[in-house]
Design a protein around this ligand. Structure first.
Ligand code: SF4
Length: 279
């Protein structure tokens, strides 16, 4: 069986940068707190926990004076201010692409634009971006969302995207808004790492007999890779760990494509390739 790996795939710039910052902090401080999982990959979180990372749900659970790590998804400015007051040190791992989206949201609302964010309202990145909006904000997952009609009372609106959004979904919302509001300011804040990985898996899908995706089940960008491969007509197997390899799915496939989410660590991808080579 031939295995073709999508290029690029795996750890994106922002997550790699965040992991490196966190590892440095763990080395220096021994114990570092994170509100929520710092990386949407349970195996990588387990590895970091073994080195001293403590994942909590809330700032209240962080002891005063203890170091806090802000993950690549970023946090709302009010929470950051609170953290700066309470924690001995705040290690900010916010990805620069997420920072850009936060700044766009802040600037749009400062200029009086209601802000539409195309994304998942439950995702920590989107919750963080929302914290930068002073006025009206609406999160929509796509152009079919009925709440878009609520915007007809506004004369202008600004729209931006969760960084891992699919371009088609973002464009369709921007297009729908043009039919609802007279002035629409559009900022494409989908990150280039996401776009490159989505393009790579889409290209690969037409060249192989199936796509194997490895990545956390809680990883938004991994989920998007799976959707894109399926929409391109590929049979897709999504696993979180090489132990989940389904030999039945692999049987009879002359070639498969391998893709990994932007939060899948290199060591897990290597382990998976080694397993595939032994088959
Ligand atoms: S997916 Fe993009 S925005 Fe998110 S951490 Fe990676 S590089 Fe940054």
């Amino acid at each position: 069986m031939k295995v073709l790996t999508a290029n690029p795939t795996g750890l994106c710039f922002g997550v790699r940068r965040a992991i490196e910052a966190l590892e440095r902090a763990l080395e220096e401080r021994g114990r570092v707190y994170s509100i929520g999982s710092p990386i949407h990959n349970p195996q990588e979180v387990e590895r970091l926990e073994a080195r001293g990372l403590v994942v909590v749900d809330d700032l209240d659970e962080v002891p005063p004076g203890a170091p806090l790590f802000v993950r690549a998804h970023g946090i709302a400015p009010t929470l950051l201010d609170e953290a700066l007051r309470k924690c001995g040190e705040v290690i900010d791992g916010t990805c620069p692409f997420v920072r850009k989206a936060q700044e766009r949201a802040r600037d749009l609302s400062a200029e009086g634009y209601p802000v539409v964010i195309v994304g998942d309202g439950e995702h920590p990145e989107v919750r963080g971006i929302l914290g930068f909006v002073k006025g009206f904000a609406l999160v929509v997952p796509g152009d079919h969302d009925p709440s878009l009609s609520r915007l007809s009372r506004f004369a202008k609106v600004g729209v931006l995207s969760q960084t891992t959004q699919k371009m088609e979904v973002f464009s369709s919302v921007a297009k729908a808004l043009v039919g609802i509001v007279p002035e629409v300011r559009v900022y494409n804040t989908i990150c280039s790492a996401t776009l490159e990985r989505q393009r790579a898996v889409c290209e690969l899908a037409s060249m192989v007999d199936g796509i194997l995706v490895i990545g956390g089940r809680n990883s938004a960008n991994t989920r998007k890779l799976v959707q894109i491969a399926q929409e391109a007509g590929a049979s897709v197997l999504w696993i979180e760990h090489p132990d989940e390899l389904d030999l039945g799915w692999l049987r009879g496939r002359g070639s498969i494509g391998l893709a990994a989410g932007g939060s899948t660590p290199d060591w897990l991808i290597r382990e998976l390739i080694e397993r595939l080579e032994k088959l």
